[in-house]
Write a new protein. Structure first.
Length: 164
């Protein structure tokens, strides 16, 4: 069995879709952010503010390797920042990119205060988004549009891809 990895920008629905997919297919599920929080007993915002993004990325590389035995894995939006992570995912499974438009992300994360990289101005957010989506598209085995679509539809699309 190959692991199903969900990648995509913050707020693209990776955790919601991952959990729903795993429940529907009766598969084991983990979220790398949650794995890091539990392993280090710290919130992500605390890791960023106390130790910096570099330390978080090291924790993330390690977490991704350690969750290779899970069947469905939701990743953090920055997982594509490190080529080591891409190798881990390509070697071990299939990569699904959940695509949401920038406007949709802005709407979904309007009230969000928990994400350290979503605390800056709109230009920086857009730059990060544009830089990241090039990588998501490049490394995904399959890209799924999520704007205006129901959770069940998205889950079904992944299921169809796996079966075929
Ligand atoms: C990050 C995304 C977050 C989390 C951290 C960094 C990023 O995960 O890993 O705040 O660099 O895009 P979500 O994509 O689940 O919000």
């Amino acid at each position: 069995m190959r692991t199903i990895y969900l990648i995509g920008f913050m707020g693209s629905g990776k955790s919601t879709v991952g959990l729903a997919l795993a429940e529907k297919l009766n598969k084991t599920y983990v979220d790398t952010d949650q794995f890091i929080i539990e392993t280090h007993q710290r919130e992500i915002a605390d890791i960023f503010s106390t130790d910096g993004e570099g330390v978080f990325r090291d924790y993330e590389i390690d977490a991704l390797k350690k969750v290779s035995n899970y069947e469905v894995v939701s990743t953090g939006g920055g997982i594509v920042e490190k080529s080591e992570n891409l190798q881990t995912m390509q070697k071990n499974g299939l990569i699904f990119y959940l695509h949401a438009s920038f406007q949709e992300i802005v709407n979904r994360l309007k009230q969000d205060k928990t994400r350290p990289l979503w605390n800056n101005n709109i230009e920086d957010k857009l730059n990060l988004y544009n830089r990241r989506i090039k990588r998501y598209k490049k490394y995904a085995d399959h890209m799924i549009h999520t704007d205006g679509r129901a959770l069940e539809e998205i889950v079904q699309e992944i299921e169809n891809y796996i079966i075929n």
